[in-house]
Design a protein around this ligand. Structure first.
Ligand code: 6CS
Length: 345
């Protein structure tokens, strides 16, 4: 992988052979460490698969010197509270989805823009590992007391509703629950909907009690949070993959030995491939489970239908640039350039 270096890899190999005092990081390398990792999703989710593999690889590569404890959603609070825990140093790692994090870091709302990504998940996977983009974003994360460790997708977002939605006008007045980032609200307002931000844990009861009419999430989440039980339609607009970011505390990260930083680089590189396959398999499996356990109707939008949403969503790109200024513009351009380069044969 691009970010690995031979020197630091050698450093890790040396550590396996001898108990060393440190490799670029001094006296920290031989102490037992306990790292905590908080999730925005429950056990069995895509984030849980990521974190369990992270634990396995970190503990293996550190020869048991580092112990990782994973906290699935529910044990520690909302996404915003998990982010605060990492900012305060109470937690070393957490998942921070742009759909929530956009309230703290406006630039990250790039990943809330509809019809920005490629239709090809494999292209999006490469874009989300692009060093230039990650470096630019990390600056914005650091300005808000977070260290960006990586980005990955968890599957295409799907709308669930009690009525068919095939064109923007069908959204008129529909109360759709969204995550809390302001730009997400603008996206759905552009379609004529009535977006209602709400914590993840409140969505099921919100749908059941008809406080909201619709919601949007990847398939695996619609299954494991039982949203399909209280909705009549699943609509596939392929407008946005659900993207999440792995974050750490900057002081914690900067204070790590060179060896531990290299372990993290190795592990997050390996996880980028691992989680891509996991999310594809999990989403396919969970779709079958939903179909077997309910009579929810599936609507796959045609190219023309998707195009009407694409047109309606276009002005929101300008709103993103207005909100984020030159930094956001540079990020948007870098993202577009990368997609273009990867899609051009
Ligand atoms: O809709 C949400 O709020 C949540 N959805 C997923 C798939 N992951 C975390 C996020 O908080």
């Amino acid at each position: 992988m691009t970010r690995r270096t031979t020197t630091t890899a050698l450093c890790i190999a040396l550590f396996a052979a001898v108990t060393l005092a440190g490799c670029g990081g001094g006296d920290k390398a031989d102490k037992t460490e306990h790292w905590k990792f908080a999730l925005e999703e429950i056990k069995g989710s895509v984030q849980d698969h990521y974190a369990q593999k992270f634990k396995q690889l970190v503990e293996k590569e550190s020869h048991g010197r580092i112990k990782v404890t994973v906290y699935p959603y529910g044990s520690l609070g909302t996404s915003a509270q998990l982010t605060e825990l990492v900012q305060n140093g109470g937690m070393q790692f957490a998942m921070a989805s742009p759909g929530h994090l956009g309230s703290v870091i406006p630039e990250v709302q790039l990943f809330s823009l509809h019809y920005l990504f490629s239709d090809d998940e494999a292209v999006n996977k490469q874009v989300l590992a692009d060093d230039k983009l990650l470096g630019m974003l990390d600056k914005a994360y650091r300005a808000k007391q977070l260290k960006l460790m990586g980005l990955y997708q968890e599957g295409w977002m799907v709308w669930t509703a009690n009525q068919p939605i095939r064109k923007p006008a069908d959204f008129q007045g529909v109360k759709i629950r969204t995550m809390v980032s302001p730009l997400l609200l603008q996206e759905y307002k552009a379609y004529g909907a009535n977006p209602t931000p709400m914590a993840y844990s409140e969505v099921y009861s919100g749908l059941q009690l008809h406080m909201i009419d619709a919601e949007v999430n990847p398939i695996f989440a619609i299954q494991e949070m039982n949203f399909y039980e209280v909705q009549k339609y699943m609509i596939f607009p392929k407008h946005l993959p659900f993207v999440t970011s792995v974050v750490s505390n900057p002081q914690f990260y900067d204070g790590l030995s060179g060896q531990d930083k290299q372990i993290l680089t190795d592990v997050t590189d390996q996880l980028h491939d691992y989680i891509f396959k996991v999310q594809q398999d999990l989403n396919a499996k969970r779709l079958k489970m939903i179909q077997q356990n309910s009579d929810i109707q599936m609507i796959h939008l045609t190219a023309e239908e998707r195009d009407a949403f694409r047109q309606a969503a276009k002005p929101v790109r300008n709103a993103y640039v207005d909100d984020t200024g030159p930094t956001g513009k540079a990020l948007l351009d870098a993202f577009d350039d990368k997609i273009q380069a990867l899609q051009t044969p």
